[in-house]
Design a protein around this ligand. Structure first.
Ligand SMILES: Nc1ncnc2c1ncn2[C@@H]1O[C@H](COP(=O)(O)OP(=O)(O)OP(=O)(O)O)[C@@H](O)[C@H]1O
Ligand SMILES: [Mg+2]
Length: 322
């Protein structure tokens, strides 16, 4: 039974308990809540690791059902002036809530994507935070701290959200897989987790897309196709051919693969580079190959032609091995 919601929303953690990974952070926050002493919070870290989800779970835990009345969500990257924000915060902070929210008196103000606020706005915020601290707690969410004003950071307790660990990710995804009756091979699931690098949003989006398209069980190749990333098996073939075949075999193999699978040379290069680092090879030759590949990557990114750079890549490996 599907109610049409994207899985990232359908499976947004409802409680702190169900947030995957970052156990240390969750435990600390649980202690704060237990003692009724929530400080201003700063959550930062890569996308899809549960920052927004965690703050919503906190609000639910503290305020129960009426949590929506107790939390003001401001998306800092909306193009609003700081005056509007100040006005909204002022109105929100000055209306007292008489029901819900058990013994806790404060309300929660969430500033999402705060790293895209202008410096002027961030400066204004420092004052606002101090002014309304008695009845409100601020929670600042960001991807990068280096774009945040140090004075702002120092007013908050900081938590860095790490990419979600593989084991925790798997456990979470397995629940979704069971609930949605997804047919996926063990190998494909492991590849998906590896590709998503701890980003749960990405995991769920790719899984849902593959599930929607799949006729049979989802295989590793479906995952790679869906994210538009080369299948490592194909790249191994390319590397083998680069190192062993004639030019007349190698070039068509690569060109055909690029065309059939819709791959860009830049994506292939990244993976070829990874393999070349580990392949058994004389150190001098390895150094030559890697330097050559990095030159090609540079030329590609500055507008070099795919065709010529593809031949160039073969040339790099050939001349290094001679
Ligand atoms: N730790 C997690 N446990 C379970 N699900 C998660 C977790 N992190 C992210 N998700 C899933 O990914 C979706 C997006 O997560 P969320 O909005 O919390 O990410 P975020 O860290 O705020 O990312 P961004 O930096 O892009 O705002 C959630 O709806 C949920 O489905
Ligand atoms: Mg977020």
């Amino acid at each position: 039974m599907s109610d049409g919601l994207p899985w990232v929303e359908k499976y947004r953690p409802e409680t702190l308990e169900s947030v995957a990974g970052n156990e240390g952070i969750i435990e600390t926050i649980r202690q704060f809540i237990k003692q009724g002493q929530l400080p201003h919070l700063l959550f930062y870290g890569p996308p899809g690791t549960g920052k927004t989800s965690t703050i919503i779970a906190i609000a639910k835990e503290i305020f129960g059902k009426s949590y929506r009345n107790m939390i003001l969500e401001l998306n800092a990257s909306d193009d609003r002036g700081i005056d509007v924000v100040r006005e909204q915060i002022k109105t929100f902070a000055s209306t007292r809530q008489m029901f819900g929210g058990n013994s806790q008196q404060f309300k929660l103000i969430v500033l999402d994507e705060a790293d895209s606020m202008t410096n002027v706005a961030q400066n204004a915020l420092r004052r606002i935070i101090e002014k309304y601290s008695q009845h409100t707690r601020f929670c600042i969410l960001a991807n990068y701290t280096h774009k945040l004003n140090p004075a702002l950071i120092s007013r908050c307790t900081r938590f860095r959200f790490q990419p979600i660990g593989d084991a925790a990710t798997k456990e979470f995804l397995e629940k979704v897989i069971a609930a949605e009756n997804v047919n996926i091979t063990e190998e494909a699931l492991n590849d998906l987790i590896k590709l998503s690098k701890g980003d749960m949003r990405r995991n769920l989006n790719v899984l849902q897309a593959c599930h929607a398209r799949a006729g049979g069980p989802i295989e590793p190749s479906d995952i790679y196709e869906c994210v538009g990333s080369p299948d490592p098996k194909d790249i191994e073939l390319v590397v083998y051919s680069l190192m062993n075949d004639d030019w007349s075999q190698c070039l068509p193999l690569i060109s055909n693969m690029k065309q059939e699978k819709g791959l860009a040379l830049a994506d292939m290069l990244t993976m070829i580079g990874d393999i070349m680092v580990n392949v058994e090879l004389d150190e001098k030759k390895r150094a030559k190959i890697l330097t050559g590949l990095s030159d090609i990557e540079y030329r590609l990114s500055s507008g070099g032609s795919e065709k010529i750079q593809t031949s160039g890549m073969i040339g790099v490996v050939r001349s290094a091995l001679d």
